[in-house]
Ligand binder design. Structure first.
Ligand code: FES
Length: 872
């Protein structure tokens, strides 16, 4: 069987050996290794296929792609047969038509013609081929036919009766997802696809198997209740994480788009976006929130303990009047603002412009900047000459991928698909450094599980080992930057201290890892939230950049939300303006952290656009207490969030499917999208709301639509100067510092917390959750058996212990434990895992919002501290 990767490489390489063949009487040359099917396609000739899929290794199961090759007696499967010099191929003839039709008839022996009641009718490949070849009835029948019950695997259903055993699902799960959740069980008539365990499917539910099933055998567990011809497919960008995958929202036709349509499902398309049809569970199944019954639909104004509905005129008049009043009584600095990683670039641009130009204030921020200023507004200071040297395009040629401070595929799942492509294509390798074994399939070559509290020391050991290796064998690659004596001396001193804090076994793995870099060369470092948000984050990020400089590597930062990167680029931080240009106006320069200003009572009015800091801030109590000092709070959101509950005015906003605009993904790709459904009730976009408020307060905001804002961004924001119809790339090069030398950063000290029985609480993020949208996808949550993550709803999430710690506390799997502090109490269920380091406990990210909290286990209390609590 030819290798897909090698054949592709052969087609592309200009210097590859070429062979001459004849296709339907016409001579042509193609690269050696090309299959007959690929050669035909390159020459504009159509050969029908059924089991073949471009992004998978061909299997040759269906025999529909048969062609005639001169000198060969029987038809040849073109998808698995490489060309050979002088080969004479016929792709169409009466005989071939008959042969192909017979192959389809064979498949139909075991495939009922249930098309009228099949979900896939109208988009079924077998149905199309049956029609194309004019097959009107079952010619051959099986002696044995009994209907087999459909398997319910949660989000995925398997109907064996419709399965044609093409094995696409098995191959995509192995080759593209690296998981191998499926296999073929049984022989002959009894063959069927099954899970490898024989039990219910237990996987990441990416749904790739559904997307490539050519018939209706694998389908979504979310019944979408629409025929294919009742839907229109509208291209959009995923509203969840920062990878920015493209897909189609399938809208059940109403009267017209933007009027009556409802999103019925998501389908992927290999031809759009960078993701080649690959999606994760959130992208494929996490769409129900758009039409959630819990969506806010009208402005709400506080009335005592409650919020009551109001019309837009009343709400906007009240806000304008209050803000004008504070400006008169307390001046421009009486305001604070928090923008959104979920809102569009256009939303955030107008929001920031309203705040800085109309209110004349500078204390604006975003959660992405509050959680990790070193990779947000401080990016250019920390990275120096190195910001975002890696793009997804560069993954194509990389040979080594290293997750650092990232839980592998959990953070930005589809990045892993690009990595696996490189592994399949040219033997790239993966390694992972995280505070436990990171999630990545297939298992990384090396896992480097460090102690979270000693993450900086781990980085120092890694750098020290790299420098020793360079001293011994010379530069790791030619582009390694020179090591100055001063930097070397500082590293040496830090390394002697670090050695004591890093396990010996980890030091051995570090040596192995450096050998891997020497073998594979130029790593791509994928730097996750654990590194970006660590209390010593600045020094950690700087040392990852140093490591990349020493090893000729490049760096990609994970981004949690769909527009985390765009929020920074649009200036949602106190010290930068749109385009990451430093704020130089003295009157608008930051006066300290927004939270401190709130605590000091200096912020009289706080405006929060599509963000929920009471849910996301790592010190929820501190933020909540600080909010009590603010006199007037305006919050925009799609749902009645924790922060909404504290607001004086709540304004309902649209989600991405209901508006036009752009998101910027983690590599800087600016992707535009349009509204495809109507928003609920009276919801408006952030840009509409703050454009209108600006006009009421004397600002000259003359935007008719988001396109006008895009044009202004393109005109005024240098790094966004290339936005065209289809978007473009944010160009950071004008901001890059010319200094490429290694730079030293002393780490911020962290608390020596491990005294007595104190435990460190670490967040346990899962691929299935990304608040708040996934909270409001009820079928997905129910099918996956997910706990509700809303802190206020008293659900019982998993609390994961190391086995030794659990034993010391006499805890067994399934026991109940509780966490309590002055602000309340929540209960969880004990899970025991070797992956959790002794001294730490893993709890869901949303629960991990208290720097200090007590664990109550079997009647005994234990002190716990979260990562925020490590800051001195
Ligand atoms: Fe070639 Fe199925 S497409 S054998």
């Amino acid at each position: 069987m030819p290798s897909k990767s090698s054949s592709n490489a052969a087609v592309d390489a200009p210097s590859a050996v070429r062979v001459e063949i004849t296709l339907n009487g016409r001579k042509t040359t193609v690269a050696a290794g090309t299959t007959i099917l690929e050669a035909a396609r390159m020459n504009g000739l159509h050969i029908p296929t059924l089991c073949w899929l471009e992004k998978l290794q061909p299997i040759g199961a269906c025999r529909v792609c048969a062609v005639e090759v001169e000198g060969v007696d029987s038809p040849v499967m073109s998808c698995v047969t490489p060309v050979a010099e002088g080969m004479n191929v016929k792709t169409k003839s009466e005989e071939l038509n008959k042969y192909r039709a017979d192959m389809i008839r064979f498949i139909l022996v075991n495939h009922p013609l249930d098309c009228p009641v099949c979900e896939r009718s109208g988009e079924c490949h077998l149905q199309n081929l049956t029609y194309t070849f004019g097959i009107k009835e079952h010619v051959w029948k099986t002696a044995k036919y009994e209907k087999i019950p459909v398997k319910d695997w949660g989000l995925i259903r398997y109907d064996k009766n419709l399965c044609i055993l093409c094995e696409r699902c098995i191959k995509i799960c192995r080759e593209v997802q690296g998981v191998a959740a499926y296999q073929i069980d049984g022989n002959g008539f009894d063959s069927r696809v099954n899970t490898v365990t024989g039990e219910k499917l237990d996987c990441d539910f990416c749904g790739q198997c559904i997307s490539i099933c050519p018939v209706g055998a694998l389908s979504s567990g979310i019944i979408f209740a629409a025929r294919s011809w009742d839907m229109i497919k509208m291209k959009t960008v995923c509203p969840h994480c920062g990878v920015g995958c493209s897909f189609h929202l399938n809208i059940k036709k109403g009267i017209k788009v933007n009027a009556e349509g409802r999103i019925i499902r998501v389908t992927s398309d290999d031809a759009i976006g960078h993701n080649n049809g690959n999606l994760c569970v959130r992208g494929r199944f996490g769409y129900e929130f758009t039409h959630s019954v819990d969506r806010l639909a009208t402005p709400l104004i506080r009335d005592g303990e409650n919020h009551v509905a109001a019309d837009w005129e009343t709400a906007l008049d009240l806000i304008a009047q209050k803000l004008s009043g504070y400006r008169s009584s307390h001046g421009n600095n009486a305001f604070g603002a928090i923008g959104s990683e979920r809102a569009t670039n256009e939303d955030n641009y107008v929001f920031g412009k309203f705040f800085r130009e109309v209110l004349g204030s500078g204390d604006i921020d975003s959660m992405v900047n509050m959680l990790s200023p070193h990779t947000a507004s401080g990016l250019f200071e920390v990275f120096g000459d190195f910001p975002m040297t890696c793009s997804i395009g560069k993954f194509r040629s990389a040979n080594l991928f290293v997750f650092i401070g990232s839980n592998g595929s959990s953070e930005n799942p589809v990045l892993s698909n690009h990595i696996r492509w490189a592994m399949m294509d040219h033997g790239a390798e993966a390694a992972a450094a995280f505070s436990r074994d990171a999630v990545f399939e297939p298992a990384p070559r090396i896992q480097l599980p460090y102690d979270y509290a000693a993450m900086h020391e781990f980085l120092i050991s890694l750098l020290s080992g790299t420098v020793e290796s360079i001293n011994k064998d010379g530069a790791i690659i030619e582009n390694s930057v020179p090591i100055t004596d001063d930097w070397r001396a500082k590293l040496k001193e830090a390394a002697s201290d670090a050695r004591r804090k890093v396990d010996e076994s980890l030091n051995l793995k570090i040596a192995e890892f450096i050998k891997l870099i020497r073998k594979q060369g130029s790593p791509v470092y994928i730097v996750g939230s654990e590194a970006q948000r660590h209390p010593s984050g600045k020094a950690i990020i700087r040392n990852i950049v140093n490591l990349a400089k020493l090893t000729g590597g490049s760096v990609m930062l994970t981004r949690e939300y769909c527009n985390s990167r765009g929020a920074i680029d649009m200036g949602l931080a106190p010290d930068i303006l749109p385009g990451c240009v430093p704020e130089t106006r003295n009157e608008l320069k930051s006066r300290g952290s927004l939270l401190s200003l709130m605590e000091e009572g200096k912020i009289k009015a706080l405006i929060i656009a599509d963000e929920d800091p009471l849910r996301r801030h790592p010190d929820r109590e501190r933020f909540s207490t600080a909010m009590q000092k603010v006199e007037f709070v305006v919050v925009t959101d799609q749902f009645y969030s924790l922060t909404c509950r504290e607001a004086d005015v709540i304004l309902p906003t649209t989600v991405s499917a209901e508006k036009s605009g752009s998101f910027t993904n983690l590599e800087g790709r600016i992707q535009r999208f349009d509204a495809v459904v109507k928003p609920p009730g009276k919801s408006r976009s952030v840009l509409e709301i703050f454009g209108e408020l600006a006009r009421r307060m004397g600002g000259d905001f003359q935007y008719e639509n988001s396109g006008d804002v895009t044009a202004e961004i393109s005109d005024k924001v240098t790094i966004y100067g290339q936005i065209g119809e289809d978007g473009g790339f944010a160009d950071y090069s004008p901001l890059v510092n010319a200094d490429s030398s290694l730079r030293w950063e002393e780490p911020a000290p962290i608390k020596n917390f491990f005294k007595g029985s104190t435990f460190l609480l670490l967040p346990d993020s899962t691929i299935f959750e990304l608040s708040p949208y996934t909270d409001y996808c009820p079928t997905m949550r129910e099918k996956l058996g997910l706990q509700g993550m809303d802190f206020t709803k008293g659900s019982k999430p998993p609390v994961c212990f190391n086995p030794a710690d659990a034993e010391k506390m006499s805890l067994s799997e399934g026991d109940a434990v509780a966490f309590k502090n002055g602000g309340g109490k929540w209960e969880g269920v004990v899970r025991i895992s070797m992956g959790v380091r002794s001294g730490s406990i893993r709890i869901p990210d949303d629960k991990n919002r208290f720097p200090r909290i007590k664990l109550v286990a079997n009647g005994t209390e234990f002190d716990c501290i979260n990562t925020e609590g490590l800051r001195r």
